[in-house]
Design a protein around this ligand. Sequence first.
Ligand code: SF4
Length: 196
Amino acid sequence: MPCTFIRLAGCPLRCVYCDTTQAIPTDSGQWMNMDAIICEVKQRNRPLVLVTGGEPLAQKQCITLLKELDQLDCIVQLETSGAYLIDQVPESVHRIVDIKTPGSLEVERNRLENLELLSANDELKFVLTSRDDYEWAKQFIDHNKLENNKATLLMSPAFGSVQASDLCAWILEDELPVRMQMQLHKVIWDADATGV
Ligand code: SF4
């Protein structure tokens, strides 16, 4: 779906597979005030707006931004690392929350309290760097009973680490109730392309 991306600068994590390292420094990108952001979103007039990063919730004004976007006539999504609580994010915003796996080297950052805050409107995403990560994610889903009454479960192969066809085979073999998600921008454009 055509989407306006709002990429907020700064992230305290250092996932091994990060594909937006350019957004990690807090002084990357350009300064924009709230009115300018809302004005540009309105001008672009796309049906979907995604607030991402970096780690968007690391910026104090992110919640205010989400509330402002929520007033517009479009679907609003938030992508977050799962290292921050989502309790202040409006429930009408589609929250896409990562669960960091051991292979990310940031597994200790997971705020597991978020699991209780998720609704059917949200998505919980595992980016997998190996078969070990897949097995870990499978156990995590089982242990936390995530299959039935929580957010949509996503599994995504870390680019260059797990073959998409392998992940497909594992999911089908185990009959997991998850969706496989690809980093489409790497498939459509060059894997290192930015701003697409
Ligand atoms: S949380 Fe996201 S932006 Fe931050 S290091 Fe990990 S992948 Fe990169």
